[in-house]
Each structure stands twice: as C-alpha cells, then as structure tokens.
Design a protein around this ligand. Structure first.
Ligand code: ADP
Ligand code: MG
Length: 722
C-alpha cells in the first residue's frame, strides 16, 4: 500500500489541522447563520432540501445564463438579448388583464427605455428614481422585457449567472444571493496538494467558486469535476473500507448442491432458463467458499429472480441451516412468502412469514423455521437467526423519491428506519449494532451469512460497479422464453375513454386488469383516501358493472392478502391500486394495465408497474395516460417515449441514467454518501476510475478525508458499518 506523504504514519485523529481554515463543520451549520435567513426563509429552504450551509454549496446550478453583449440603450435592436445598465428615472404600475405590469423609465445617457416587469409589484419600492440598475432581457412588445436584473452588484445579470432549481417560494435570485453568502473565502481542502497536482484538480474552495460564480462554462465545468471527484472518492473509499472489512469475515462454506436442490428442480413446473442457470452457477461458486457471498442479482421484473433466490435459500436449508428473505415492505414480504410457500411445502421445508403484524406466537416460532420471510427491519432488529447461512435481500424499492418517502414512513411506523435498514449490515459492521445477541455472537465467531441482493430495477453496469463496487453482479437478462413483450401505448388524457373501452374488452374476454392511480398525496393515509375516491368514481363510470377491488398501502395485511387472493381467484375483475402493486404481484390472467397520469412517475417505477402484466402466455397491454404532450416536461416525454419504445429493463436503465444523470438511480443506497449530485456517471467515467484507484491508496489513511467519509457514512447510516 502506497500512502501519500503526510498521511503515512500519522495517528488517526491526530492530523495537523491547518490554522485559520474553517473546519468542515462550518458546512454543517444550519442556513440561518447566513444573513437574510430568518425562520420563514429557513422553512422555505428546507422544503427544497437545503438545511445547511453545505447543502447550499452543493445546490447544483442546473444551467448557466448564456453570455450576452452589453449594449448602449441607443443601440438596442429588437429581439436581441442584451445587458444594459442605467439609472431609474421614474416607475409606474398598471394592469393588463390578469397581468400586473411594472414599468421603469431607465436612462444611460445615450437613450431612455421603458423596462417592464410582470407580476412583481413589490419591486416598485426598490426601483425608486435615482437607483442604478443593470438589466438583462430584450426589447419586446411592452418595452424592454426584463429577464433578470440587479440593483447594485451584477450577479443575476452576469454572463454565466447560475440558475438553480428554485421553488415558487424561493426565487433563483434569492438562491444566488444565499449561495453567494455561503461561499467560503478559504476552505479546508481534504485532498493533499500532491494528489491535487497529480490529478490536476483545483482547490475545493476555488472549485466551489467556479461552480457558483463562473466566468466561463469551462470554468464551471472544471469546478464541477473537482466536486464530482470528491463525491466519487468518498463513495469509493467507503466501498473500499467495506471490502476490507469483509475480507476478515467468515461464512459457512456450503459445498455443492445436493438432493434437496435436485428435488426443487423437479418440483418447479418449468426448467430454469440459461440465464437463470448461469446465475445459479455463480451463486453456487460463491456458496462453496468461506468468504461471505455479496452478490447482486439483477433482472427485469418477471425474469425469474425469485425462483433463483429460493434456490440460494434452499442451499442453506440443505446444509442444515437457515435462510432468510428480506423485503422492503410488508406487502412485499407477504407476496414473497406466498411465492415461496408452495414449493417449500412440496419439499417439506418449513417457511415462516414474519412481519410487524404477525401475532406474537408466530413471531416466537418463526426463527425455528428453515426459511424466514420478513421485512428488512424486522429481521435485523427483532429476530435472532443464529443459523442464518444465506440471506436474500430484495432491494426492489429502488425508485422515485416519493416511493422512498412512503417507505420511510411505512417503516417509520415500525419504529425503524427501514430504508436504511440494509442487508449489507448483516454481513458488515453495521450488523453489530443491529443484530441480536445471538447474531452478535455469531459474528464475533466470524460467522456471517452469504448475502444475495435482488433488484428488479436493473442498473447499468457502470453504476453497479460504482455503487455496488464491492458486489459481484449476476444478470438475468432475458425472461423465460414464451413471454410476449408487453405492448405499450402512450395515450393523451383526452382519449382516456378509448383506453378504458380497450380495458373493458379484456374484461369481457375473461381477463383481468389493473388501474394505477398516481397519488401524489403526502401521506399514505391521504393517498388511500384519494384512491378510494377514484375507485368509487371508476366504479360508477368507466368500470360500471365490473367487480372492482381497491389496493392501497393503508390496508391491513390480512385485508390486503384477502384482496389479492380474491383477485387471483378471479372474484375481482379490476384492481385499482396505488403504487403498492408495483412489485411482487403475480396474476397471469391480468393482461391489461392503465396507468393514470403516467407522467408523474419515474421511469423505473413505470417499468416496474408495467411488469405486473405480461406474466402469462397471453399478449398483454399497458396504457400510459398523461396530459397533452405539450404540457409535459422534456424528461417526462423522454421517459414515456422510452417506455413505448422498449420493454428491456437494462436498456431503460441506461435511458434513465441519461435523463437523470446517476445520483437518483441509486435508490436505497442514496443518502449522503451516494447522493451523487455533481458526478455524471456517463461523462465522468475517467473521474470514476481515478477515484477508485486513489481510494485504494487512501482507504486506511487518517485525515480530513477519512473524517469526511466517517461523517458521510454516518449520515448514510450503514455503508461502511458502525
Ligand atoms: P422476478 O422475481 O424476477 O420478478 P419471478 O421469479 O417472480 O420473477 O418469476 C416470474 C414468473 O415467471 C413466476 O410466475 C415464475 O414462476 C415464472 N418463471 C420463473 N422462471 C421461469 C422459467 N424458467 N420458465 C417459466 N416460467 C418461469
Ligand atoms: Mg418476483
């Protein structure tokens, strides 16, 4: 191991802090330390996710203003965007229909123009006669149409002025001011000078200035790359630490597959596909070793991951030990349980479901079963599985923010931070805090389970390597052969009627259907209420005369189970549902799905939803309904177009990466550390490679960088363990 000069030999916590540099903690201070931030502004900032000074500095401009020429007012030409400067002569206000128009006469000596602002009446006071202003905009119908302006210093009107994601409550202008106030004059830079020189990286403080106050786009990009490098480096160091930690762990070697697995193959009503067989072979290889397996099983919805997962679990059972399947939500846990129960019964393997609503007695007995299915949180916290040899972790909840929030709420209700209650912690240090006494003992003896992570939202390989850099990856790239690709159409709202008549045709032919409502309500409770209202409306209108069931997150598990059973038994024609159906539900007779307001969903989520149909041999259909195309954002359009174009999850993952640029794809692991705000995994491949190799050098080095990794992993909850 080669350590850079200055790091080698220093004791942890003992590195020399440069005098006068603000400590990194300065970034942790809340926004109200900045001038102009009182409780009201603080609240508004918080709603944008901006809590600390550091958050402000990490608020990435989504674009920069184009440079525009400075003009004398006498030289203004129509329809050219320019910057002008002058003195206010007078100001007046009037109405034009619903528009409030504010007009200022401004002169620069060469000429006088009328500058207009719309719907900002409060500016009147700031634009008193004699005020010097700098304006950016163009000559228009009502005079000089002001796009941005400055009173005093030219920040907003400057070339390359940053444009931040703002909200209705906080203007880009205000954000510019606040970010300006947050910019440090000097700043502790965690990277050694030598490293920066070698990697040709600017100072972090300079990078932040360049990012928020660039003089050219090239400068802004150089700043972004430095900050992106830091993000990637922190993440890679955390991954390297975890890898290091794991090297010391020991799992039971399970030898080769035997009789139970042979019987499992016979019990299944089908043969494994070549893709499944390859994944199984990879898993078998891992299980034969004493190094705990850490494998990511990627495969599209319906590609047949669960049967492979069960294979891995049965390997544990065959060896006289236990297997556990962990799901992010109770609904999912139940659905997995239903899938596993049948083959288990046929094989004489005991299988128990364990959720927070399981009765006490069941809970007490569950750990004695050979296979236990439950939620991540529950299995980690509450239950002791001393013989656990294989853990399968379903990480299917890798989609939109709203979904994660819902999950956080759902698991919050159990008193556990479920979104972060991660599988990895079972095998890494994190478990030491979370695991029960027995598990702790097991871990102390060097016994860790083999872990298989399962995800239905494939992530591009680059991304997998970045974030799951410590995991091996198996892919089931093709679903079982006889499946027909789902036919997908994108339907504008005004043609919704046709979509429903199509759906009724399926029902009349004896098939079943899903209708998904995109409920954007805050809480699951209000979602449930909105879903009820919508289901009732449909029952009276489009779905009149059909048997309609309603599935939402507020149903009790027993109710939910009953509902699903009735749907499966064809006692219901249509399941109206919130997004809770997006995973796990398997009803082959359901051949059509309508997703209302599909533009509100993320790509991965829509793809997940769509996977609920097309599970049988029949041709299935998915109809995405959205507002008119011209009302949609560019990215919503891109999402829907991609979904119509392909049903290949791996391809869609690439598209999603293009649209969103990485950070948000990381799902579960996205928090603090993996919140890749600046890195763009496609363009920054080179940075990523460099960060990986630097991380290998620095993994054990104490110093400010290690401190940052500590802070970030703490924020992330688990990544590198306790
Ligand atoms: P996933 O977990 O990847 O969404 P599942 O394992 O639930 O997929 O499989 C989806 C459906 O396909 C299930 O009904 C399952 O029984 C079936 N299936 C799985 N593997 C095969 C196969 N090799 N041949 C035919 N059907 C299969
Ligand atoms: Mg499944």
């Amino acid at each position: 191991m080669r350590l850079p000069v200055g790091f080698a030999g220093e004791a942890a916590g003992d590195w020399p802090r440069p005098p006068l540099f603000p400590r990194a903690e300065a970034l942790e201070r809340t926004v109200d330390v900045l001038p102009g931030v009182g409780p009201a502004v603080k609240k508004k900032l918080e709603r944008l996710g901006l809590h600390t000074v550091g958050d402000l500095l990490a608020h990435r401009p989504f674009r920069y203003e184009e440079p525009v020429p400075e003009r004398r007012m006498a030289d203004l030409r129509a329809d050219e965007e320019v910057a002008i400067a002058g003195e206010v002569l007078s100001v007046s206000k009037r109405r034009r229909g619903r528009l409030q128009m504010l007009t200022a006469r401004v002169s620069d000596g060469s000429a006088t123009i009328s500058a207009t602002w719309f719907n900002q009446p409060w500016l009147e006071r700031q634009l008193q006669a004699g005020t010097r202003v700098r304006l950016r905009g163009r000559q228009g119908r009502y005079g000089f149409d002001v796009r941005s302006f400055d009173i005093g210093d030219g920040e907003a009107t400057a070339d390359f002025a940053p444009v931040y994601p703002a909200s209705e409550e906080i203007t880009p202008k205000k954000l510019r001011e606040l970010v300006g106030a947050a910019l440090p004059s000097s700043f502790a830079d965690p990277l050694l000078a030598e490293l920066k020189e070698r990697e040709r990286l600017p100072q972090r403080a300079d990078a932040l200035w360049a990012l928020h106050r660039p003089r050219s786009l090239a400068e802004a990009e150089a700043g972004r790359r430095r900050v992106a490098f830091d993000e990637l480096l922190l993440l890679q160091i955390a991954i390297a630490r975890r890898r290091r930690e794991r090297e010391g762990e020991v799992a039971p070697a399970l030898g080769e597959a035997g009789d139970l697995l042979a019987r499992y193959r016979e019990v299944l009503p089908f043969r494994f596909t070549a893709h499944q067989e390859r994944a199984i072979a990879e898993i078998d290889r891992d299980l034969a070793r004493t190094v705990p397996m850490q494998r990511l099983l990627q495969g599209d919805v319906g590609s047949g991951k669960t049967v492979v997962a069960l294979y891995a679990l049965l390997r544990a059972v065959e060896a006289g030990r236990q297997g556990a399947l962990m799901a992010p939500t109770e609904t999912l846990a139940e659905q997995h349980f239903l899938t596993l129960e049948e083959p288990c019964r046929a094989l004489g393997v005991t299988c128990a479901l364990l959720t927070s609503s399981s009765p006490r007695r069941e809970r007490d007995l569950a750990p004695e079963a050979s296979l236990v299915v439950g939620t991540h949180a529950l299995i980690q916290e509450g239950v002791q599985l001393p013989d656990l040899a294989v853990a399968v972790v379903d990480e299917q909840h890798r989609f939109g923010v709203a979904q994660r929030k819902a999950l956080a709420e759902a698991s919050g209700a159990m008193g556990i931070n479920g979104t972060q209650a991660e599988p990895t912690s079972l095998s890494s240090g994190g478990a030491r805090a979370a695991a029960g006494v027995e598990q702790r003992k097991a871990l102390a003896e060097g016994r860790s389970p083999h872990v298989l992570h399962m995800t239905a939202t494939p992530i591009p390989r680059t991304l997998a390597l970045t974030v799951y850099g410590d995991l091996a990856v198996s892919e089931i790239a093709k679903p079982p052969a006889e499946r027909k690709p789902i036919k997908t159409a994108w339907v504008a709202e005004n043609r919704m009627g046709e979509a429903y008549s199509r759906l009724r045709k399926h029902l009349d032919a004896g098939r079943q259907a899903y209708v998904v409502c995109p409920l954007i309500e805050e809480s699951e409770t209000s979602q449930a209420r909105a879903a009820e209202v919508e289901a009732e409306r449909l029952q009276r209108a489009e779905l009149r005369g059909y048997r309609v069931g309603l599935l939402h997150g507020r149903l009790r598990p027993a109710e939910r189970r009953e509902l699903m059973a009735r749907f499966k038994a064809r006692e219901l024609d249509v399941l109206v549902a919130t997004t809770v159906i997006e995973v796990g539900v398997d009803v082959p007779n359901a051949t059509i799905m309508i997703v209302q307001e599909a533009d509100r969903f993320g790509l991965a989520q829509l793809h997940q939803l769509r996977g609920r149909v097309g599970r049988g041999a029949e041709q299935s259909y998915c109809l995405f309904i959205s507002r008119a195309r011209e009302d949609l954002t560019e990215s919503a359009t891109a999402r829907l177009e991609a979904l119509v174009r392909t049903t290949d999850g791996f391809e869609l993952a690439e598209v999603d990466l293009d649209i969103r640029g990485g950070g948000q794809l990381l799902g579960t692991r996205q928090s603090g550390l993996t919140d890749l705000n600046f890195a763009r995994l496609r363009e920054d491949r080179d940075l990523l490679e460099r960060a990986r190799s630097v991380a290998d050098e620095l993994v054990d080095a104490p110093g400010p960088l290690a401190d940052e990794v500590d802070r970030a992993t703490q924020a992330a909850g688990d990544l590198a363990g306790a």
